[in-house]
Write a protein of this length. Sequence first.
Length: 449
Amino acid sequence: MEQQYDKISQTVHGTDSHGRSLVTVPGEEDGHSDGRGFRQHRTVCLVAVTFGLCIAAYTRLGRGPPTQLGLRTRALQLQDGLATISDAEGSLCQARLHFLFMAIDDVPHADIWQRFFADAVPCAPKIWLHCKDAEACRRNKFVQKLPRTSIVPTVPSSYCTDLVTPEEQLVRLALQTSGPADKFIIISDSSLPLKPFRVIYQELTRSGMSDLCVYPLCPMGFCRNQTWQSWFWAKGLVTKSAKSVSLPITSQFAVLNRRDARKFVEAWGPAGTRPRSNITSKWFADDLVREEPVWSMDILGESGSTVGRAQFDEVTGWATCADESILFTTLHGAVELQENASMEVPGFGMLSGDHQFWEAPQGSCRTYFSFWMWSLDDRKLETELAQDDGSVVHIGKPESGSHPLSFGTLSPKAMRMLADSEWLFARKFEASANLSGFSDIVFHEVVHE
């Protein structure tokens, strides 16, 4: 296993297509738990092997107005207290995006992803891939078309009860080659980008915060069904003091800053280290008993401050998946959120118990998807797509359980609807979907600064 990690490290720190190496030397670090005023001191040397050139920069990262990014700029600059350097392609690189894919044996629609990454300015991304069948991934189209993809060693996973371990594997290895302002995008093999790379880059690097998409508080009134013993987000904790608190459930397809990425990795731990326990949950009128991973979390009081700790195996309520419960609870905690009240969560922002969020998400949702129980936009986009005569869209039904809306054939009109939406990515695109012309329609409008 150590040899495999060394091989990945060498791939990441090796030379680029121009024979140049990117060398990073960690320095001092002083972080604050709420993510505000986080500082990172690093010395970064871009070594041009041919010319023996080394440029060193002293970097202080703070939160403030976003730096305006130019395209193909090669000089080192200091703007708004944030240093930027030229990346290995010679363009201005303030932060790097790490795309963390989870797949079975390939990532469909490789042609679209190849076109998307071909326009990767101002800063070349890093692409990471976890596959249940790594050998098949190496043979298949995505890696063949994007050969600089780093395939990480496969770790055990299971649908719903543990998709977190492969996520941790991806994040942990990506962290080893990251800079202080980098972002980590957890993305599924059935997703596609809805904007050109430079638009997504500018949007995700505009703020130093992570982007978590928090599910609706009480979809279809589940939190009011006493038979199912549900709290907000369908899950609640009964603590040793007999107090009940809610577990915010989020989409697993989040964007993490480096501070939160580290916290997630430290909280979960490498494959094989996470304890498990038999947990009873409600699935409609039935009791569902599953062996699930167990982790510790803070409890945030009404003021947003930590008032205690609890274990996941104290959870009761509606059945959910570990990948939906893990991010908010490890990064922030379970919450004592009352109906119609709000609380400021450090490092996240305002979290509300108001009725307007019973059927609507909170936080920052970057990937569009829609389930039978709820959607991001009250089903507006899926309804418009389904009414398009030239498109085939499969809408989730009660009997389909947790399976989301999926896209089959999309007409040019439907593709423009997706491109014009507020989201940066969307899922679920079927592997056999007819998406002819997608790249030309979605990626063609690029505004140069």
